[in-house]
Ligand binder design. Structure first.
Ligand SMILES: [Zn+2]
Length: 272
């Protein structure tokens, strides 16, 4: 088992070329991934195989796709105030699926707290109400984009306060006690189960790709009855294999681990 997990950020719109825009990058990468003979499988299947719950043959020659933060740019076609019309990730996936006949799926790791998103909409986007969760249940129903947790409030540096009460924001390494881990991780799963999805053991992606010994060795393995996660993802640059840490599964990040479709194809080809 060696499955690359590719991560995109739909809020990354700083121009209209591959390097500055993850929508351009995703559309180009989908075509190249397909032409190189890879198929797209749901991230939940990769986790199921890693945990011995599904047949490894079901992820042969496969990649899985995910995106982070959960804004409207994942779902809606948007008119960016500076860079003009942007097709949402959902539309890019549907268009590619229709043209290629290939199955498509993406997992969106969303920032769950409505109050945190209302602030982030102003501090990180254009302040136009583009970070509401109005589309999440529709996405779950359609089955194209699965909604999973990227924590309660991302412990984001631009929020006036977060679950991390000591003010150590802008990092996830400071989520290092039971109380704050419970507020960031268990609380987020509770909200998603109550508002968006059929209650289930979920997936988690660490904000900033950052974690710590407390989360990896104590909270995640020892408190699963509370947090109800199946697995968590960081951002180590390697494919998911049977030897990957269930609580820190690797993901490649667009713009960070690869900067062009050529580089992505090389990265996939080197997967051994
Ligand atoms: Zn994030």
């Amino acid at each position: 088992m060696r499955v690359p997990v590719l991560t995109y950020h739909s809020n990354n719109v700083g121009g209209n070329d591959y390097a500055s825009n993850d929508h351009v990058a995703l559309a180009e990468d989908l075509a190249r991934i397909h032409a190189a003979g890879f198929r797209i499988v749901p991230l939940s299947r990769v986790v199921a195989v890693r945990l011995g719950l599904a047949d490894p043959a079901s992820v042969e020659n496969a990649v899985a796709l995910c995106c982070d933060d959960g804004s409207w740019f994942d779902w809606h076609d948007m008119d960016h105030p500076t860079f003009g019309p942007q097709k949402g990730f959902a539309g890019i996936l549907r268009e590619f699926g229709a043209a290629s006949g290939a199955p498509v799926h993406m997992t969106s790791f969303v920032i769950v707290s409505p109050a945190a998103r209302a602030v982030l909409d102003r501090t990180c986007l254009a302040g136009r109400g583009w970070w509401t969760d109005a589309w999440w249940a529709d996405a779950e129903r359609e089955g194209l984009i699965a909604i999973e947790s990227h924590s309660w409030d991302h412990n984001h540096a631009t929020l006036p306060e977060t679950a991390q009460r000591d003010g150590r924001r802008g990092t996830f390494r400071s989520i290092d006690t039971h109380a704050v881990a419970d507020a960031e991780i268990r609380q987020a799963n509770d909200w998603l189960d109550a508002h968006v999805r059929t209650p289930r053991a979920g997936l988690f992606a660490f904000p900033y790709g950052e974690t710590n010994e407390y989360l990896l060795r104590d909270y995640l393995p020892n408190h699963s009855a509370q947090h109800r996660l199946l697995a968590a993802f960081g951002t180590d640059s390697r494919p998911v294999g049977f030897d990957s840490d269930r609580w820190n599964l690797p993901r490649y990040v667009c713009g960070h681990h690869w900067q062009s479709s050529d580089a992505l194809v090389r990265l996939l080809g080197a997967r051994g």
